[in-house]
Design a protein around this ligand. Structure first.
Ligand code: NAD
Ligand code: UGA
Length: 462
């Protein structure tokens, strides 16, 4: 029986190992984390993350060949395993050289040193975390300069799942990418991991490359995805000036097979724990490699994203007679996207903070993400009202802003909501999920992204 250990039971480690365990009953999978609360949650019915379909997979595998453990026994687990996935967090460095841009590899390096300390037999070490290109080289140096004579093969197997669709993405991935060294033992290690995935992923979808291509491809995939959003968001600003409709433009260009229809939804901006950090990291690497023009090119993707959030708030202020002070504003959505409870880098919280600066009375409403939002907002949370029920949140409000594309927000009774609000009532659809004409007919002043606003009066918008 193959013995798999995963270090890091987060958004990636937990679901990925659950799907591996489900499809490979002949393997035993153990997941350790230094966060004991997280492990307790993985072992309970209240899983630590909200992800559609996750509970079903956990119910199949947990206790059979999937086990969640605290890191008290990490020494034993490391020595037990043949294959170790490392799926720890790699946030942006907050201090020292490269602060605010480079990836902080302290968790990764700590893990490598733990492996070195406790392993007494050969292992395949897999980078599941997103890492700067050539990190595996540093890891190989740390691991293979040991005096105990143990062979470590380091592979890169980046994860491409998106939150909210993690289980579907893991069950039916567009591809699985495995990078390794072109040495006999590197190739054997690759083949071992190809066999693991081949338990449910068609072989033609399993791509093998050299280590550096695999590491870099992960950063590049995220940069390209974010670039598409920034591109359509840039065009949304132009649409608002010209009465073109960004959804019509996105549809028209997306029918060109070379462009494709995905990731062209204009929005209040992209969020999530990875796009920003991975692009910052790419920019930093380019600078370090003496490529300032390339760095600047990718930096622009982030600049456009900040512009889009700032533009959204400026539009609210301007449309509501240049003052939000003391006005009650209901924010529909706290999660960075639909179907997740994750609020990391959520554009909803960016807007929330800006509105607090404007001294608005902010009500935050979300079906699954309020607890995370409260934690992320930290001391500013005191100034925010957290209300799970959208009807309560909107009661007496001057405006609603849609900040997360939960389908649930599109299906509310806006007639009832309109009647309960202060008038004139404003609605800012930062995700273009509502029926704007219908809302306008109800009496709302409606401000979509990348479309002309629908107003019952003209107060000199420029
Ligand atoms: P996360 O913060 O949710 O989880 C990381 C976990 O690792 C935490 O629970 C932490 O306690 C644990 N950890 C850190 N150091 C440890 C150690 N030495 N021993 C034991 N546990 C340790 O992070 P995540 O969202 O799962 O992301 C993990 C990596 O995967 C990152 O590099 C990220 O860029 C990448 N990634 C994330 C996503 C996503 O959708 N979140 C998708 C693809 C790739
Ligand atoms: C993203 C990538 O899609 C994954 O492939 C990758 O594995 C992951 O980052 C990662 O490395 O962490 P994720 O951030 O979970 O996944 O979610 P996305 O669906 O990519 O959405 C990111 C943000 O972009 C969200 O705020 C979403 O609302 C926004 N978005 C997405 C738009 O504004 N418009 C779109 O057309 C698509």
């Amino acid at each position: 029986m193959r013995k798999i250990l995963c270090i890091g039971a987060g958004y990636v480690g937990g679901p990925t190992m659950a799907v591996i365990a489900k499809h490979c009953p002949q393997y035993e999978v153990r997941v350790v984390d230094m966060n004991a609360d997280r492990i307790a949650a993985w072992n309970s019915d209240q899983l630590p993350i909200y992800e559609p379909g996750l509970k079903d997979v956990i119910d199949i595998a947990r206790g059979r060949n999937l086990f969640f453990l605290t890191d008290e026994t990490i020494a034993e687990q490391i020595d037990w395993a043949d294959i170790i996935f490392v799926s720890v967090n790699t946030p942006t460095k907050a201090f020292g050289l490269g602060a605010g841009r480079a990836a902080d590899l302290q968790f990764w390096e700590k893990t490598a040193r733990q492996i070195l300390q406790h392993a007494t037999s050969p292992k395949i070490i897999i980078e599941k975390s997103t890492l700067p290109v050539r990190t595996a080289e540093a890891m190989s140096h740390i691991l293979n300069t040991n005096s105990i004579g143990v062979q470590f093969d380091v592979l890169s197997n980046p994860e491409f799942l998106a939150e909210g669709s993690a289980i579907r993405d893991l069950e039916e991935p567009d591809r699985v990418l495995i990078g390794g060294h072109n040495t006999p033992s590197g190739q054997r290690a690759i083949e071992t991991i190809v066999e693991l995935y081949a338990n449910w992923v068609p072989r033609e979808k399993i791509i093998t490359t050299n280590l550096w291509s695999s590491e870099l491809s992960k950063l590049v995939a995220n940069a390209f995805l974010a670039q598409r959003i920034s591109s359509i968001n840039a065009i949304s600003a132009l649409c608002e000036k010209t009465e073109a409709d960004v959804e019509e433009v996105a549809f028209a260009i997306g029918t060109d097979k070379r462009i494709g229809p995905h990731f062209l939804r204009a929005s209040v901006g992209f969020g999530g724990s990875c796009f920003k950090k991975d692009i910052l990291n790419l920019v930093y690497i380019c600078e370090q490699q003496g490529l300032p023009e390339v760095a600047e090119y990718w930096q622009q993707v982030l600049k456009m994203n900040e512009y889009q959030g700032a533009r959204f708030v400026a539009n609210m202020v301007h449309s509501m007679f240049n003052s939000l002070s003391g006005k009650r504003i209901a924010l529909f959505g706290a999660a960075f996207k639909a179907n997740t409870s994750d609020t990391r880098e959520s554009p909803a919280l960016v807007v929330c903070r800006e509105l607090l600066e404007e001294r608005a009375d902010v009500i935050l409403c979300d079906p699954h993400a309020l607890e995370n939002a409260r934690q992320d907002l930290d001391e500013q949370a005191e100034k925010v009202n957290f209300v799970a029920d959208p009807y309560q949140a909107a009661k007496g409000a001057h405006a609603i802003a849609i900040l997360t594309e939960w389908a649930y927000f599109a299906n509310l009774d806006y007639h009832q909501i309109y009647n309960s609000m202060a008038h004139p009532a404003f609605i800012f659809d930062g995700r273009n999920i509502l029926d704007h004409q219908a809302l306008f007919k109800l009496g709302f002043n409606v401000y979509p992204i990348g479309k002309a606003p629908l107003q019952h009066f003209n107060h000199g918008r420029t």
